[in-house]
Design a protein around this ligand. Structure first.
Ligand SMILES: [Mn+2]
Length: 393
């Protein structure tokens, strides 16, 4: 039997609600996951992306991560990762740097053999624009009896339920078709809620995030313990002990102020919790910062106040509110709808700094010039027939 711990979306370094306490919570949840791996003495840990919250994690975050991974290393448990959308490209370097310390390995389309006879594969987060041209083909394991497990970081349906407010990007069946080998299991990251399904006889699941990255992530956070035996995988959720959230909504009428606020807050025990307070109804003399102080005075570890009062009547105060969509995602979505050439896509990558290193305008211009020149050379090479086809691709 081979045992693996599936961990995902740890978002290390996420200062949720601008709080260092929350940043520590993210690190603690990751530590707990690693402790479970050590206690269960698993054959390996798989991480399906968004190890770090940002493309540019700070040095203390990277150092802490390596220290945590050393616990695994001491127990002779390998850590296998892929790169997610949050940490894309920049983390390619971080994951590679961490690999240099000997505490992590990167999965690829070639099999990594673990435990009894398990072949693990990984495909980094694929952007929407490059989804169709991406090569998903996996190299078959030497032993055709090996159990094959693929790790990805994508929004796939099923298991993601189709709904009006949340749509998956691609179909799981398509992935299973495109890998070119028989797949026994598909372990996923990116969706923060644990979900599971079976597609074309292949078990598919999301482990979920290890800490709550938004108010909507209600269920207890968990990691998945996998036991692989006789060609099948059994999964058991192991819950993590994470900080509780107290979602509170207060509806104000004209003239309501501190009395109303206190009446509502008195119904909650906020001790050591994340108090997430949404204000609705009429605008009153009470400010967001009054509400923040009241929550903190009641022992909340972290307080977040969302002031939605008087939104219909006036929409000019307060500046941007709520969750702001990642601008890169908006651009990705937009580009995915255009029929752009490889050259155009590579220029986009260069301009948006997808290679991670900050660059001067001049060096970007130089690189683009080379890209275009190469494309021209290819297009106008001797064999005009083939070249024309290539450009049209
Ligand atoms: Mn994530």
């Amino acid at each position: 039997m081979t045992t693996l711990l599936h961990v995902s979306d740890t978002h290390l370094g996420n200062r949720q609600y601008g709080s260092d306490i929350r940043k520590n919570d993210m690190a603690k949840a990751f530590d707990q996951a690693i402790d479970i791996a050590v206690n269960e003495n698993v054959d390996g840990v798989i991480h399906t992306g968004d190890l770090f919250d940002s493309r540019t994690p700070s040095l203390p975050e990277v150092t802490h991560c390596i220290q945590t991974l050393r616990k695994l290393d001491k127990a002779d448990i390998p850590f296998y990762g892929i790169v997610g959308n949050h940490d894309r490209k920049m983390d390619e370097q971080w994951l590679d740097l961490i690999r240099e310390t000997g505490t992590a390995e990167r999965l690829s389309r070639e099999p990594t053999m673990v435990g009894g006879n398990v072949a693990i594969y990984g495909i980094d987060s694929v952007t929407k624009p490059s989804w169709h041209s991406k090569d998903f083909t996996l190299e078959p394991p030497e032993d055709s009896d090996a159990f094959t497990l693929l790790c990805m970081h994508q929004l796939l349906a099923p298991p993601i339920p189709g709904s009006e407010d949340f749509m998956a990007d691609h179909s799981t069946g398509e992935v299973i078709d495109r890998v070119g080998i028989h797949l026994d299991a598909l372990a996923l990251g990116d969706y923060h809620k644990p979900e599971e399904d079976v597609v074309d006889d292949v078990p598919v699941w999301y482990a979920g995030s290890t800490e709550r990255c938004s108010l909507s992530e209600e269920e207890p956070r968990s990691v998945s313990l996998l036991k692989i035996e006789d060609g099948s995988v059994r999964r058991r959720k192991r819950e993590l002990d994470t900080r509780e959230f107290a979602p509170i909504s207060i509806d104000f009428s004209e003239g309501d102020a501190h009395g109303r606020l206190n009446d509502v807050l008195d119904q909650y025990n906020l001790e050591n919790k994340v108090a997430h307070v949404t204000l609705r109804g009429e605008r009153t003399a009470l400010t967001s910062s009054d509400v923040y102080s009241a929550a903190m005075d009641r022992g909340a570890a972290v307080a977040k106040v969302k002031d939605d009062r008087g939104r219909q009547e006036l929409d000019l105060g307060g500046g941007p509110e709520g969750d702001i969509q990642n601008p890169d995602e908006i651009i990705d979505n937009q580009i995915a709808g255009e029929d752009l050439s490889e050259t155009a896509l590579s220029i986009d990558e260069r301009v948006r700094g997808d290679e991670g290193l900050p660059k001067s305008k001049d060096s970007v211009a130089d690189e683009i010039e080379q890209d275009v020149k190469q494309a021209q050379d290819e297009a106008f090479s001797d064999d005009e027939g083939d070249a024309a086809e290539e450009v049209a691709e």
